[in-house]
Design a protein. Sequence first.
Length: 278
Amino acid sequence: MKRIPGEKFLLILILFLCLFYNFRYISSHLISADSWTHLGIGKYIVENKSIPTHKDISYKKVDLSLEFISHSWLSDVILYLGTINQTVGLFFLVFPTFFLSLFLLHQILNLYRISVKLQVLSLVPVLVIGTNYWKIHPFIFMIPLLLSIILVYFLWKKGEIKTIWFLPLLTILWANMAGGFIVIPLFFLFLIILIELGHFLIINFFSRPKEGKGTRPIKSLVISFLIASFSTLINPFGIRIWIYTFTVLAIVQANRQIVSLPGALISLNQNFTRNIYS
């Protein structure tokens, strides 16, 4: 394939401009609608050595099923400790997490021998579109965790590692860092099982291998998925993290004047938690 003159320079320039855009945008939009809540909760945990309950952070009294839970308590502690001020949080927390995610994605693409040129060209639109995501918020930890799960699966699939039994450790981390969205990694693992099972059935149907051939990897994948699912209960709130999404929707429904998620978060007294942090 004929090379374009200055192609390497052009790719480096594109990547530099993209990262520069990310730096400028993220540094000026570091606080999200509910950053103060998570920073306030993190400060509360560090100072009181306990996880706050609904009554500790909200003036609103609700039924037990609608109570707010600190499903991302571990992320909140990390965010608080890593954010003395916005500049420190940017360079020692948000950007390191951002670049860790890029590194993990690079490792995944390298497994399938995707050229650097294609990696750069495919990453640029993703980076530009996803810039608004990187804020002082537990969400930022979901990306490297999910990429780690994907990388583990691909390494196991290609025979680079022999076991995937430490997947539950990643789901335990997820349950404590972003427990309200625990369905994401488990849905991904469940989808992988369906794909692997479908592939096995197709191979089995057309080639008719010997009995039991090819079933062992699927069994280990299913067992690790089940262990990972149960391991998500290793958190301060147990199964309640699984119903967090429904809880938020119920809060919105119970308060008709609230028509958005930021509105629901404000109902948990954003100003109060901001005062706690500051």
